[in-house]
Design a protein around this ligand. Structure first.
Ligand code: ATP
Length: 349
């Protein structure tokens, strides 16, 4: 990265004797949409709050556009923020909520009204100036919170689980709108989320965190296809974990033998459900094994099919099969089927 827009160096945070963040190093480019992803308590919100100046790091530095902001109070930093709970002022109209930051900056009334109208247009709620937060749905309130965060045209947009209080459909709609808007404005954005699908669908890069450290930083595809650790493989997407042995350049589990470099040791094979195929399997095909269907979870157009394989030491696996395939092949609980795994997709830890 030539020159980072935001540069975090060895950011550490202690709460008493508890270490919430351990030496975080991270560089974010101008215009990037970055998601902090991780389980509850991993430190993602604390890191966002430190970037916002709402929490002070125990040690380490933060530079935004080459300016050291490590000890600047929030008001002197250049960002807009949206929180999970709508955090709008209930007694102020939509217009006054959106204009809040502009009033503080002593923007003239007419200019402020023009800007509010423009922002409401931007977030898809034109003409809603006179309404009050209580008259709006959750999704509409978050659109207003977004308009308020963008009012002063900040260089950085911080989003702390902004979609998690919304229902599933609204969440998906708003995350796509957010992404489109972010691209259009080119505003560097950091969103905290514990929802992996959300991170995969909107981020340019995902920062996967666990126990106060960064486990991996990468594009959604890198994180999904090339997880750097068992934690990442497990946390992002579904995965089958199979005990195996590396011995003399071969990976062995059940009757499967695959060439694989590495020292002799016990390992675990990580294999995504979609990397086990039910077809096409041709005679003489390699890496095929038989399995018995134990359970079918119906999810609409496709199903999570739980199988057990005698050929793989009675290992249980989940594979994704289409409803059409299951009915064409008259497959049901108790049926046998041939599966083929994609050895190039296997990760060994
Ligand atoms: P969640 O998704 O649940 O919000 P998170 O990854 O955002 O999780 P943080 O809120 O950053 O996690 O918290 C990280 C850890 O620091 C947690 O164990 C939390 O209990 C602890 N923590 C956060 N704020 C404080 C505080 N003010 N005092 C003491 N401990 C805190």
């Amino acid at each position: 990265m030539p020159q980072a827009f935001l540069d975090l160096r060895q950011v550490r945070k202690e709460f008493g004797s508890f270490v919430a963040l351990q030496g975080i190093d991270l560089r974010i480019a101008k215009g990037e949409f970055v998601c902090f992803l991780g389980p509850s308590g991993c430190g993602k919100t604390t890191l966002l709050r430190i970037i916002a100046g709402l929490e002070v790091q125990t040690s380490g530095h933060i530079c935004q556009q080459q300016r050291d902001i490590s000890l600047l109070p929030p008001a002197l930093r250049d960002y807009g923020i949206v929180f999970q709970s709508y955090a709008l002022f209930p007694n102020l109209s939509v217009a006054d909520n959106v204009a809040y930051g502009l009033v503080n900056r002593k923007v003239a009334r007419a200019d402020s009204a023009r800007r509010v109208a423009e922002l409401l247009q931007l977030v898809g709620l034109p003409g809603s100036e006179k309404k009050f937060p209580g008259q709006l749905s959750g999704g509409q309130q978050q659109r207003i919170a977004l308009a308020r965060a963008l009012a002063t045209a900040p260089g950085l947009l911080l989003l702390d689980e902004p979609l998690s209080a919304l229902d599933a459909l609204e969440r998906i709609r708003l995350r796509q709108e957010l992404r489109t808007l972010q691209k259009e404005l080119g505003v560097t954005t950091i969103m905290v989320t514990h929802d992996q699908e959300e991170a995969l669908s909107v981020a340019d890069r995902i920062v996967v965190m666990n126990h106060g450290v960064i486990e991996q930083v990468g594009t959604p595809l890198e994180i999904y296809r090339e997880p750097a650790s068992p934690f990442v493989a497990d946390f992002v997407g579904k995965v089958n974990v199979i005990p195996a042995r590396l011995s003399q350049g071969e990976l062995r589990f059940g009757n499967m033998v695959l060439p694989h470099a590495g020292d002799d040791r016990e390992v675990r094979v990580y294999l995504r459900p979609e990397d086990v195929l039910a077809r096409p399997i041709a005679p003489g095909d390699l890496h095929v094994f038989e399995a018995l269907i134990e359970k079918i979870e119906f999810l609409g157009s496709y199903c999570h099919v739980h199988v057990v394989s005698p050929a793989l030491d009675l290992q249980r696996l989940v594979v994704y099969l289409s409803l059409n395939f299951l009915s064409e092949q008259s497959l049901q609980v108790g049926s046998r089927l041939a599966l083929k795994l994609l050895p190039e997709r296997i990760k060994v830890f």
